[in-house]
Design a protein around this ligand. Structure first.
Ligand code: AMP
Ligand code: MG
Length: 709
């Protein structure tokens, strides 16, 4: 959070008449970001804008709050100008000089061209100010920049060289007339200095701390971000002030304070220049939706007296106890692969937008043809994709048309090129043809305004194609669920590149679980390995609860003496130890630690993986905004024999034989990690007793159905 209670961004205007009452781009837009969020205001005149600003400043000062106000016009001119006008390089002396000359009425009527001409007279030659309506043109104020000569001043300030989209401050007229904005803006800021005195500091010229800090901004610095975060059909100027005000408010205090102090004491500076990445990050953070409510303390509670919980009951309890925990944010569609939609999307455009040809051939009006041989004169020109035929094709005529070309007026049917003979003047083919043959109707795929993809949908490559085709450039998505992974155990050595004594084993679970989380589209957060020491584990969980939305631990989850994770969760968290009727897998320790859900998996890698796939996957999917998931399996003949007892559901490491039967790994030992690698999925045997012999139908769930690829 920035050290400013209120961040204001003003998109200034140099109009000579009031803007329209209806909101337009060509006016003054003011974005306000405070602790409660961001608001935007539209003002039709400079006087009205200043009234709003002074009322905001008065209110803030009365409350002892600090305000940062940024304006999108230059606060100073290239080196030499202030000296030529005022006899000093002090840019604030120039502010006073401009304020003394400019007259700017409440209805925006002003004398800026006359003032510019006066200022030009203070310099040798012609210029530097230029650009005006024809009626205002004089020898002192040339209409075009090329007519200037000999004024001896640089065209740009140092900070503007190489800055994309920046206009010289001498330019007073037509697109990007920054010069007029400064001439009409600086006197207004000088009025603020007169009104508030020492309570205003103009950075970077004045480094002292004051309740009101004024800075120069250039919203185009983060134009791409603004475009990405703009709401559908939002006026660009509104989006600029909204996004930039939010970004400033979201910047860390020291970062923003340092940015305001940077720059040239004579020529001034554009706030954030060279720190575009920081501004963009802050803008993205500011666009996050509100944090969802935290999980309830009893979300993992098990009814008393339950001994062994069947898998389906455990899943049903998880499903009803959990909810979405990730806030939302808006990001460009192109960067949204793997992300989960937080809002329904609606087509902004039909696909296809206009009727077009599905083939290369000849187009004509169906009414003009009948059965049997046809011979139609060809009109001149052709219709191609991206190169529409602009005329009308008269009835009884045909036009050359290529795949993807919009059907010209007068064309509703296309004959396939291979079915025709033609010279440059006629095309011949055989009727009949169906009306509309070889054409695609506008919106035959999706109609503008129709639902595209629903909230909760996880975006894949084809979805990016669909959203882009429908003109949807940004999407509201959930923040990526952050999954912390912690391994525990005195016997564990964190990584295989360290030496291990005979009594030690390498951490197999952490890389597996981190990669699993990554593959599921979440943000894996490595919480490392902790020895079986309550304080160490507690410290890791404290940290994990801050940097992750959910924590997976492995090891120490049972109720034995050495099971430090469950002991700790019991004494300091809200442990609910679930004894699930599942093989492989022992109790699953579920708890909230400082509000973060902890899934305490068994230490055994086989059991850890099975529990992660069966329980963590659907639970994480729900918490991440994508809804509960049920893995898709299919029934195949068994290629093994097994006599399964009743009472526990069983998952066997399995793969398909060449003829589509499921074979299982030779050993069911839960320490046999090699079987996990050998397998391509799991065979799920029901809770009841079953006798499996070769050919018995069994349910095979491929790894891919668990999102494991
Ligand atoms: P525990 O759940 O702590 O009783 O551990 C059960 C078994 O899993 C023990 O043989 C542990 O050594 C083993 N184990 C625990 N954590 C890991 C790990 N991160 N990597 C490999 N094996 C582990
Ligand atoms: Mg252990």
């Amino acid at each position: 959070m920035s050290g400013f209670d209120l961040c204001i961004v003003v998109d200034w205007s140099a109009r000579s008449t009031p803007s329209r009452a209806r909101e337009t781009a060509d006016s003054i837009w003011i974005g306000l970001a405070d602790g409660d969020g961001v608001a935007c205001h539209y003002r039709r005149t400079r006087t009205a804008a200043m009234e709003l600003l002074t009322s905001l400043f008065d209110k803030a000062m009365a409350r002892n709050q600090r305000v940062l106000a940024g304006f999108d016009f230059p606060f100073a001119y290239p080196q030499g100008f202030a000296r030529a006008v005022c006899g000093t390089d002090d840019p604030l002396a120039l502010w006073q000089a401009l304020a003394d000359r400019i007259e700017d009425a409440p209805d925006n009527a002003n004398n800026r061209f006359a003032v510019a001409a006066d200022l030009n007279r203070l310099l040798p030659g012609t210029g530097p100010f230029y650009g005006c309506p024809a009626a205002e043109e004089t020898h002192d104020l040339p209409a075009r920049g090329t007519l200037r000569e000999g004024h001896g001043l640089p065209e740009r300030r140092g900070c503007e060289t190489g800055l994309r989209g920046a206009q010289p401050c001498w330019k007073l007229y037509t697109t990007g007339s920054v010069g007029s904005q400064a001439l009409l803006g600086i006197p207004r800021l000088q009025a603020l200095r007169d009104r508030y005195g020492e309570a205003v500091a103009v950075r970077p010229f004045e480094q002292r701390d004051a309740p009101i800090t004024l800075v120069e901004l250039f919203p185009s610095l983060i134009a791409d971000t603004v475009a990405a975060l703009a709401e559908p059909d939002e006026i660009k100027d509104r989006a600029q002030v909204r996004v930039l005000a939010g970004a400033l408010k979201a910047l860390p205090e020291e970062t923003l304070d340092a940015m305001t102090r940077e720059g040239d004491p004579v020529e001034g500076w554009i706030l954030g220049l060279g720190h575009e990445g920081k501004l963009t990050d802050a803008a993205m953070r500011a666009s996050d939706g509100p944090a969802p409510p935290s999980l309830r303390n009893d979300c993992f509670a098990m009814p008393r007296g339950i001994d062994w919980v069947p898998v389906d009951d455990a899943l049903a309890r998880l499903r009803s106890g959990l909810h979405v925990v990730t806030a939302t944010q808006r990001i460009p569609t192109a960067q949204a692969a793997g992300r989960i939609l937080a809002a329904d999307t609606v087509a902004r455009r039909s696909n296809p937008p206009r009727p077009n040809s599905a083939v290369d051939g000849y187009g004509f009006a169906h009414d003009a043809i009948g059965d049997g041989p046809q011979r139609l004169p060809l009109v001149e020109g052709r219709a191609a994709a991206g190169q529409p035929f602009t005329g009308t094709v008269p009835a009884g005529h045909a036009v050359r048309i290529l795949t993807g070309a919009i059907l010209p007026d007068g064309v509703d049917t296309v004959v396939l090129e291979e079915d025709t003979a033609s010279d440059a003047r006629y095309v011949a083919f055989h009727g009949p043809l169906k009306r509309g043959a070889n054409t695609r109707k506008a919106g035959e795929d999706v109609v503008e305004g129709a639902p595209a993809l629903p909230a909760g949908h996880r975006l894949r490559a084809p979805d990016l194609a669909l959203l882009s085709a429908l003109g949807i450039g940004t999407v509201a998505v959930h923040r990526r669920l952050r999954v912390g992974v912690l391994s525990t155990g005195d016997e564990i050595v964190a990584t295989p590149d360290q030496p291990a004594a005979p009594h030690q084993i390498y951490d197999a679970n952490r890389p597996m679980l981190l990669s699993l989380a990554d593959g599921w589209g979440y943000e894996p957060v490595d919480l490392g390995h902790a020895r079986d020491d309550p304080e160490t584990i507690a410290a890791r969980l404290d940290h994990g609860a801050q940097v992750a939305d959910v924590i997976l631990t492995s090891g120490g989850a049972s109720a034995g003496d050495e099971d430090h994770v469950s002991a700790l969760l019991r004494s300091r968290g809200t442990l609910s130890s679930w004894r699930i009727a599942l093989k492989p897998g022992r109790p699953l320790a579920l708890a909230l630690w400082n509000g973060a859900p902890v899934f305490g998996l068994p230490g055994n890698p086989v059991a850890a993986l099975v529990c992660a796939l069966i329980f963590a996957r659907p639970a994480f999917s729900l918490m991440s905004g994508a809804g509960w998931t049920v893995p898709q399996g299919f029934t195949v003949p068994a290629a093994f024999t097994k006599n399964k007892k009743p009472g526990r559901r069983e998952y066997l490491r399995a793969r398909l034989t060449d003829d589509g039967a499921a074979e299982v790994f030779a050993s069911e030992g839960s320490g046999r990690i090699s079987g996990l690698s050998w397998a391509t999925g799991l065979v799920e045997l029901p809770d009841e007793a079953v006798q499996v012999a070769p050919g018995t139908p069994v349910r095979f769930i491929p790894y891919a159905s668990f999102g494991l690829t």
